[in-house]
Every structure is written in structure tokens, then in C-alpha cells.
Design a protein around this ligand. Structure first.
Ligand SMILES: [Zn+2]
Ligand SMILES: [Zn+2]
Length: 230
């Protein structure tokens, strides 16, 4: 392991081999995207050191929801620096826009991991330890290491979530913060625009699923398409 990885990026304290850590999949390796080479990030964290502060807030009294759980162990982790670099197509600088995106991505990661209940994460850690031990004892693979991930995934949904998170911290009418419904409406607007895009670019194959949500079905019959049946 590189010397740079023996200290936590969040607290700069020593990373013991005995305690849980989250190391970026690209911590030690450079990666290429769109013919551009990116540096290894050397990012490794104590899980709770992946945290967000103001302007992000939580309704929980103990700041739960603003940091990774203590014992969080994941089969793969891509840090905020790598995900942002992949999406903006350049290395991170001191540009305030880059800093803002890194903060938004960190908050997105925290939100994502909290999709699991607190208690579930504790159970998950024990089970992962059990599975890793079994793998090492018998030389078999149960949890893939995702060596096929050659660069951080570039998506449209991640920047959409960043936009939603940034919108959520704008001053609102109620208690100075934006209401959940108002934030949710931004997501609805993104959904509506994507639905229209689907209907416009591939009208032959857009069907409605059981919840009346437009869905792309390239194998479907044109007579089943939403445009045809509307
Ligand atoms: Zn730390
Ligand atoms: Zn990274």
C-alpha cells in the first residue's frame, strides 16, 4: 500500500489495518476516460470521516445522516474526487465550482449509503466479514472485486442528483429551508423532460409500464407504443 494511503483523507489520522476503511477503487491506479489520463486519487477514509457539514443539515439530533456509518464496509467504493473528475472531464482545482461539486458528490454518497437502515448496515458488516473469511479460507470468490471497472461511471443521474441537492440547500419559505415537496418537484421536472426526450427520439418503442411511466422497449411492437395507443 502506498504511504499516502496510510492516512485518512478526512481526518489525516493513521489508518489502522484493524479498523474499517473505505479505499477508492482508483486510489492506486491512474485511469483513462475519453482519451484523457487521470491521476490516482490516493483516497482512503475511516468511514465516519466521509462527512458533510453546512450547508447540509439533518433532521436527526446526532448528525446521523451526515456521515458514513462507523462500520460501513462496501465491496467497491469510488470517491467523490474520482466521480467529479469523470463527470467534468478534468482534474480538480481550487475552482469554487469544483469544490461545490465535490461537496455535492460527498453528500450524494452519504445519502446513498443511508438508503440502508442503520441496523442493516451493522448486520451487513458482520456478514461481509464472514464472507471475506470464507473466501480467504477456501480460495473462492463470493464478492466480486469489480476489477473490470476501468474508470468511474459517467451518468446523467449523478449530476441530476447534484442539481437536486444544490436546489435543496437554497433558502426556502419554511424555516429558511426548501420544503421536501418543492425539492421533489425538481426531480419531477427532470423526469418529465426525460419522458419527452424518450417520446421524441424513439416514439416507436416507448410504452407505459404498470405505473403509467414511459419506458423504452426496443423489442416491442409499434402498435403497443405509447404514441400509438394514446
Ligand atoms: Zn479519518
Ligand atoms: Zn478516488
Amino acid at each position: 500500500m502506498s504511504n499516502k494511503l496510510t492516512r485518512c483523507v478526512g481526518c489525516y489520522q493513521h489508518l489502522s489495518r484493524l479498523e474499517p476503511r473505505l479505499t477508492c477503487h482508483f486510489a492506486n491506479t491512474q485511469w483513462t476516460l475519453d482519451n484523457k489520463r487521470y491521476l490516482a486519487c490516493y483516497s482512503s477514509y475511516h468511514p465516519p470521516c466521509i462527512r458533510a457539514g453546512l450547508p447540509f443539515t439533518t433532521r436527526h439530533s446526532d448528525s446521523y445522516g451526515l456521515s458514513f456509518p462507523k462500520n460501513c464496509v462496501l465491496p467497491i467504493f469510488v470517491c467523490e474526487m474520482c466521480t467529479v473528475r469523470a463527470h467534468i472531464g478534468e482534474e480538480i482545482t481550487f475552482n469554487p465550482r469544483h469544490t461545490a461539486l465535490v461537496m455535492l458528490e460527498r453528500m450524494r454518497l452519504i445519502d446513498t449509503v443511508h438508503n440502508w437502515a442503520k441496523s442493516t448496515l451493522g448486520i451487513y458488516k458482520q456478514k461481509v466479514d464472514c464472507l471475506v473469511h470464507f473466501q480467504q479460507s477456501f480460495g473462492v470468490v463470493i464478492i466480486p472485486t469489480c476489477t473490470s471497472l476501468l474508470h468511474p461511471p459517467v451518468t446523467q443521474c449523478i449530476p441530476a442528483i447534484w442539481a437536486q441537492l444544490q436546489y435543496s440547500i437554497q433558502p426556502g419559505r419554511k424555516n429558511g429551508t426548501m420544503s421536501f415537496t418543492t425539492v421533489r418537484n425538481l426531480r419531477s421536472a427532470i423526469s418529465a423532460l426525460h419522458s419527452w426526450l424518450l417520446l421524441t427520439t424513439d416514439p416507436d418503442h416507448v410504452i407505459l409500464n404498470g405505473n403509467k411511466i414511459p419506458w423504452s422497449n426496443s423489442n416491442g411492437r409499434v402498435t403497443d407504443s405509447y404514441i400509438y395507443t394514446a
